[in-house]
Design a protein around this ligand. Structure first.
Ligand code: APR
Length: 283
């Protein structure tokens, strides 16, 4: 009896060794349990995936969202004074110091599993993957994403307030201080301003148009860690849905996104599971 059992076990192991599809089968069972079935179905069919990220995508890297940042050591300040052309005119030293503080926070942070997972997905020949972000950090790029559309600009692309000439930051890390004089433009001597889009300002037109085209052509549109309240960026998931894409939201909390599927999971967990499933499809 004992011998029979050992022989059966040996046969069982041999069967696995010969045919790795069994491994695939068991891996799939495990992963499928962790992803909503509507999403696995969409991942099997999809060719063009758009990943649309917001502040929640960088939360797992410890980057405070705009609102969180306001609630910390800057809690007494009015958001409009920090993120509007009027606020800039009122007190450039305050605004420049605030954005330099945020840039310092980002430089100390590392990409999380969400950023790294997206960069891995981009390499999968099954899909064409595009990344559209509302974030002004550079964590997607540092994770290896090749072409990221920044709808709201970047903390790392300052420019002249007058002539728009870009400015290169010095190598030294930014200082954390309540007030800081912005540098001057080498061409026209006006102040250098943060390269982010403020309240009341238009999004970079070419970037938004490209993002819109990608949304309209996508068949799977993943919204990751965004509240979906800031337009026109928040119109992209709707545009994708209206043109036939399956829209999935990855967010532990409810939001304003009108998704086909709301998946209550953190950005890093959700993207890791998607990546694991996609890898299992290759076997
Ligand atoms: N994983 C996924 N989502 C998360 C996580 C996480 N770990 N932590 C928080 N979230 C979600 C929150 O539930 C919320 O829905 O991230 C979302 C963050 O929402 P907002 O702070 O409104 O950020 P965002 O949607 O990117 O805001 C858009 O508004 O503040 C301006 O210009 C700024 O680009 C920003 C724009």
């Amino acid at each position: 009896m004992k011998l029979l059992l050992i022989v059966s076990m040996v046969q069982f192991i041999a069967m696995f060794r010969e045919n790795h599809n069994y491994f695939k089968y068991f891996t799939m069972v495990h992963i499928i349990d962790l992803i909503p079935s509507a999403l696995t179905a969409a991942l099997k069919e999809a060719k063009k995936i758009v990943i649309f990220t917001g502040a929640g995508a960088s939360a797992d890297s410890g980057i405070p969202t705009f609102r969180d940042a306001l609630n910390s050591h800057w809690s007494k300040l009015n958001p409009y004074d920090l993120a509007s052309p009027e606020g800039w005119e009122k007190d450039k030293e305050l605004v420049w110091a605030w954005y330099e503080g945020r840039r310092g926070d980002v430089m100390k942070a590392q990409p999380n599993k969400e950023h790294l997972g997206i960069a891995q997905l981009e390499l999968d020949t099954r899909y064409s993957v595009s990344v559209i972000t509302q974030n002004v950090d550079d964590l997607h790029e540092r994770a290896g994403s090749r072409s990221v559309l920044h709808l709201h600009g970047s903390l790392f692309s300052p420019m002249c307030e007058k002539c728009g000439k870009s400015f290169k930051f010095p190598e030294s890390p930014p200082v954390n201080t309540p007030k800081l004089m912005p540098p001057n433009c080498q061409v026209c001597d006006h102040a250098i301003r943060p390269g982010v889009v403020w309240f009341g300002e238009a999004l970079p037109q070419d970037v938004f148009e490209t993002a819109e085209k990608l949304a309209l052509k996508s068949d799977l549109f993943l919204c990751v860690g965004t509240s979906g309240v800031v337009t026109p960026a928040a119109l992209l998931p709707l545009a994708a849905k209206n043109s036939g894409a399956f829209v999935v939201e990855i967010n532990p909390n409810p939001s304003d996104i009108k998704a086909d599927l709301h998946w209550e999971v953190s950005a890093s967990e959700g993207i890791s599971r998607i990546l694991e499933f996609v890898i299992s499809l290759r076997k």
